[in-house]
Design a protein around this ligand. Sequence first.
Ligand code: SF4
Length: 126
Amino acid sequence: MKAKENLTRRTFIGRCAGTGAALLGTVLLLNSCGGGSEESRDSAVDQGTGAKPADPCTDFTGVSAQELEKRKKLGYVDRSEVPGSNCANCSLYVPPADGAACGSCLLFKGPVYGEGHCIQWVAKGS
Ligand code: SF4
């Protein structure tokens, strides 16, 4: 009778150990594959959003909607279609600071291309 109880206890413990090992193996396998890991996907997204735009003159970080609207109302374009006039030869243009890629304009905030243009263009020196 006692041998039967030991056998039952041993069987029970053996089955528990087998089930636990199977569960642990499944968890380890899922973690190694990245399956169901929201954290790994989230960190990839964060790295993507943290990247700066390839062209710094299109980075409007910190520029308010009001300033963007001003830019739009003045008809600012990145490339002037008016021969001989562009932001670089406009008296309201602020050239890029040392090492900066793009300038700015006295009329609105945000980056401005030297090749840009708007309806307020004023020849330098006038
Ligand atoms: S006023 Fe217009 S043309 Fe002149 S720098 Fe500003 S955006 Fe360019």
